[in-house]
Design a protein around this ligand. Sequence first.
Ligand SMILES: [Zn+2]
Length: 283
Amino acid sequence: MEPSETGRRMGHEFVGVVEDIGDAVRTLKVGDLVVSPFLWSDGSCVFCQEGLHSECLHGGRYGWDDVDGGQGEAVRVPQADGTLVVLPVDKDNALMPSLLTLSDVMGTGHHAAVTAKVGPGKNVAVVGDGAVGLCGVIASKRRGAEQIILLGNNPHRIALGQELGATDVVRERGDEAIERVRELTGGLGAHSVLECVGLEQAVGTALEIARPGGAVAGSAYPSTTSPRPASHSGRTRALAAGPHRYAPTSSSCCQTCLRDGSSRAASSTAWVRSTRCRTATGR
Ligand SMILES: [Zn+2]
């Protein structure tokens, strides 16, 4: 992260209770328990209508362009109707830690599984055992995958991945990992590959372990050295981008949201009081 003279409002994922709404807000009321995705969006443009809210023509990201971050005591949410989703539970519900994952990592893992066309009877390879990768395992199991191969080497995360539904584990990297996945898939490769790392080697591995006709979904923000779709040719595979248009934030500091008059100017906003720390879903 670049050094800053003034600091920056941090965080982009939260669950909270609506404390106030602007005049134009129609679908929310004070007291609603809501979850927010990591970007805000109008919910009505052509991309939002296609379910690609992260590509909203009128949306943006938290912590930028005078919009609050998600790690303060409260956050001003632009385009509140199109961004916030009301949760049908009480804020003390035992599901709250799981529901918080819908603000980022579970939604991202699910999107990767959908984009990679995971379905009943398919074999799936999940590259990366971080939070998104593990959510990709959950999503793949939910969608009926027959075989779920998890590529990673963190013992604790691997164990959790197996608990969540991974049927096979590949701890190797690079060419050895590619060979191992081919062995596990009868030499054919995986129908669906969820790339959940974003580094060059992981992207290269993901492309190589997809079977002909397979689909690779990139859910992580690619590093500057990752191969781009244009550089990949010659194989019959669908390569689809994931929902992250922007690099995730990584600083450990945060600022308390400043609720001043100027930041309340837009009538389509809602103030949301956070219910718990957002770092629980950190990648
Ligand atoms: Zn939109």
